[in-house]
Ligand binder design. Structure first.
Ligand SMILES: [Zn+2]
Length: 363
């Protein structure tokens, strides 16, 4: 597993580098083909290609879908300062935890199924995408159409820090608040201007005050820009806001609040753009039931599975919002996703792969 993982991590694959993504898609497609999958590289002109592999099983049951992504947040060249390295039972490297270790677990599981001639109780679709880290703009329709065929979805994202699976995720929205004011000479005629920056300051505090509007709703004004020079009354200022919600209803409420923002500075206007790009993954009865079954299967392996929720989104948000029971966080145990300290705990690879195998053989 470490050998395959090292190879995948050394193949850098940032979300915006089509050439490297397409190369890795080819590597993964060949691997899945060798494991007995009917494999297709799905062309994506707006980004990297995706890989779909279908494995046969008794046709009278709808298939299972396993979701993974092979893009990372790390630009080409990161390996030079963050090489793959093993230290005190951990393997470090860009994308090792999020989520190349997961892909290796899946591939190795299929290899064991092949070697031991283990039969799955239903067909399996494996989808590896290339744009999860940028919100899955190209793969979303593919994810949704495949999930629509399936009985349930297993998502290979990293688990919570203690290894807990993820049965709820917040929805994620991104909004841009643009203020239009009126420029004027700061010395000659300041009174004829309308400061977009002063107005933005009011709106920033207003937006920040919406934090906690309902349980789990958070807003972060992460970027502000505006103005031209100290001696010019600023005509334009912009804020970028990240919004997280626990339910679809909260998403609608907070979006309405943001769109209804009213200017307080005479002569200024507010323009709001943006939307929720990932719906919340709500812990429905069907998801709770899927986790309960996974928990029983884990117990047979001597593993006590726990569950939790996270503010981060994944492709599981899309499938859960379609009503397809989704279990997320099935990746290796580790820490430091999107950070220099990114690593996996090496000894977690076999038991997590065993869990994935048992789920695929039992569910
Ligand atoms: Zn991920």
């Amino acid at each position: 597993m470490l050998e395959e993982l090292t190879r995948l991590v050394r193949h850098e694959s940032p979300s915006h580098d089509k050439r490297s993504l397409d190369g890795l898609a080819q590597v993964l497609a060949e691997r899945l083909t060798s494991l007995g999958g009917r494999t297709e590289v799905v062309e994506n002109n707006a980004g990297g290609n995706h890989v779909v592999a279908r494995f046969t099983g008794p046709d009278q049951k709808p298939p299972a879908l396993v979701l993974g992504h092979f893009d990372t947040v790390w630009p080409i060249g990161t390996l030079a300062r963050m090489p793959v390295r093993e230290e005190e039972g951990r393997l470090f490297g860009p994308g090792v935890f999020d989520m190349k270790a997961s892909l290796v677990m899946m591939n190795q599981t299929l290899e064991v199924f092949q070697a031991l001639d283990l039969k799955m109780p239903r067909p399996l679709i494996v989808l590896y995408t290339s744009d999860e880290e940028v919100g899955s703009p190209g793969s979303r329709p593919l994810i949704e159409s495949l999930a629509g065929e399936c009985e349930f979805v297993l998502v290979l994202e990293p688990p919570l820090a203690d290894g807990s699976l993820k049965t709820a995720r917040k929805g994620v929205g991104r909004f841009t608040i643009e203020i239009e004011g009126k420029a004027a000479h700061a010395g000659v005629s300041p009174e004829s201007g309308a400061s977009a920056i002063v107005e933005l300051a009011h709106q920033v505090l207003r937006i920040h005050s919406l934090n906690g509007a309902s349980a789990g709703t958070t807003l972060n004004i992460g970027v502000v820009q505006g103005g031209m020079a100290p001696n010019v009354v600023p005509a334009r200022a912009v804020a970028e806001v990240d919004v997280r919600v626990s339910s679809q209803a909260d998403a609608a409420t907070i979006e309405r609040d943001i769109r209804l923002l009213k200017p307080v500075t005479p002569g200024t206007k507010i323009k709001v753009e943006g939307r929720f790009s990932r719906p919340p993954m709500e812990r429905t009865a069907a998801i709770a039931n899927l986790f309960a079954r996974a928990r029983e299967i884990g117990l047979e392996l001597g593993q006590k599975l726990t569950e939790g929720s996270t503010g981060g989104g994944s492709d599981g948000n899309f499938t859960a919002a379609l009503g397809v029971p989704t279990l997320d966080g099935l990746g290796a145990v580790g820490d430091g996703a999107h950070a220099e300290s990114e690593h996996i705990v090496i000894e977690s690879l076999p038991p997590r792969a065993a869990l994935l195998a048992a789920l695929l053989l039992s569910l």
